[in-house]
Design a protein around this ligand. Structure first.
Ligand SMILES: Cc1cc2nc3c(=O)[nH]c(=O)nc-3n(C[C@H](O)[C@H](O)[C@H](O)COP(=O)(O)OP(=O)(O)OC[C@H]3O[C@@H](n4cnc5c(N)ncnc54)[C@H](O)[C@@H]3O)c2cc1C
Ligand code: SF4
Length: 338
């Protein structure tokens, strides 16, 4: 196993202090629980000279959840989120997604900010330094070719695998960002720019598996917020190779509203498939009638068009896309009939 290189660690107690440190140390990175970042440092994938531990910043450690809305600070631990009684009651999709992340020890350490900003994954990237160098690296680090799609013309297809983002996307969540130029709020969907652009430059709204977040230099995630829609039924499910502890082969969040026998609202979001979490576009057209074969066929078509799983994991892309579609069908059926 590779040794952990030396780095400095600072522990600010306020956001302003965290921002000041970040501005003074452009090579620094924010540290949540370190359950992904420290692994990547050990593997030589990233080498920050300084880590800014966000866990003592008190304004980032609160959960506010009631029948009106949800606000979760970036330094909230996943275990706390998964077990919070008002999150379980009013926002089950969020509590379930948090409870499905990794294993219990990771959830005790891992944070909401770290999960939302989780690096994208690929079998050619999440490897030791010697493995990657023996394979001439790849575009996401210092190489000049994508091993998954050698004709990708500079595009990386590494997969976003965080479980929380799709759950929050089905609730229309917003994210608060804090940085040297002030605070701003974005729809959560706009934080993720991994569109696998082809032949286009990277911009603040369009990136790929390498440039997958729209964070500006020095910006942190401060909190994520959603309004409650009491009539919305929601849930999360995922398939993983080891049920006890594993990234998603595919993860699906569903939120829907039923009026009598009519499907009145439907939101479906995926993770583990594309370089961003995908909130399916076009589900509104499936609403307005019974939950029948027309809806399932329409759902399958949307999954086929928008879910673009590549061979970035040991499970083949076409299998992950099938799994995503099947999970979505099952969850929609369960929520509609419950
Ligand atoms: C065996 C194993 C299994 C796993 N399974 C899953 C899984 O099933 N699902 C899943 O989603 N994840 C999984 N993970 C990954 C990881 O444990 C979780 O995603 C966890 O939530 C990451 O949070 P963290 O606080 O530990 O992030 P860290 O590792 O601390 O940070 C992750 C990234 O986020 C950045 N960051 C941290 N806080 C902020 C902030 N406030 N603003 C901006 N950027 C920030 C860091 O700089 C870093 O780039 C797994 C990890 C392991 C080792
Ligand atoms: S998708 Fe291609 S460029 Fe991206 S990490 Fe994998 S091999 Fe590297």
């Amino acid at each position: 196993m590779d040794a952990l290189p030396a780095f400095d660690l600072l522990r600010p107690t306020t956001l302003d202090e965290a921002i000041r440190i970040r501005v003074a140390h452009p090579g620094s990175m924010p540290l949540g629980g370190g359950t992904d970042l420290v692994v990547n440092i050990r593997r030589g994938i990233v080498a920050p000279a300084m880590l800014i531990d966000m866990n003592a910043v008190s304004e980032l450690k609160t959960i506010r959840a009631d029948a009106r809305g949800l606000e979760i600070g970036a330094s909230v631990k996943l275990a706390e989120l998964a077990g919070h009684p008002d999150v379980v009651k009013h926002y089950p999709v969020v509590a379930q997604a948090a409870g499905f992340i990794a294993g219990p020890t990771h959830r005790n350490m891992g944070t909401v900010g770290g999960n939302l900003c989780l690096d994208t994954r690929c079998i050619y990237y999440n490897q030791s330094e010697w493995w990657r160098s023996a394979n001439n690296h790849c575009l996401k680090t210092t190489g000049d070719i994508c091993h998954v799609a050698p004709k990708s013309r500079g595009v990386c297809f590494a997969t976003f695998s965080g479980d929380l983002a799709p759950a929050l996307l089905t609730l229309g969540a917003e994210v608060d960002l804090v940085g040297p130029t002030g605070r701003r709020t974005l729809p959560l969907s706009k934080l993720y720019i991994g569109h696998a652009r082809q032949g286009e430059p990277v911009t603040e709204t369009r990136g790929d598996g390498k440039y997958f977040l729209s964070l500006r230099p020095g910006e942190f995630v401060g909190a994520v917020r959603a309004k409650n829609m009491p009539e919305l039924r929601s849930a999360y499910d995922k398939i993983r190779i080891r049920r006890s502890i594993e990234y998603p082969v595919a993860g699906v969040a569903v939120a829907l509203r039923r009026e009598g026998n009519t499907l009145a609202d439907l939101r479906v979001a995926f993770t583990g498939t594309n370089p961003r979490p995908v909130l399916l576009e076009g589900t509104a057209a499936l609403c307005g009638g019974a939950l029948d074969e027309r809806v399932f066929k329409g759902l399958d078509d949307l999954v086929r068009d928008q879910i673009m799983a590549m061979k970035t994991t040991f499970t083949p892309g076409h299998y992950r896309r099938r799994v995503a579609g099947v999970l979505a069908r099952r969850l929609v059926t369960r929520l509609f009939t419950d």
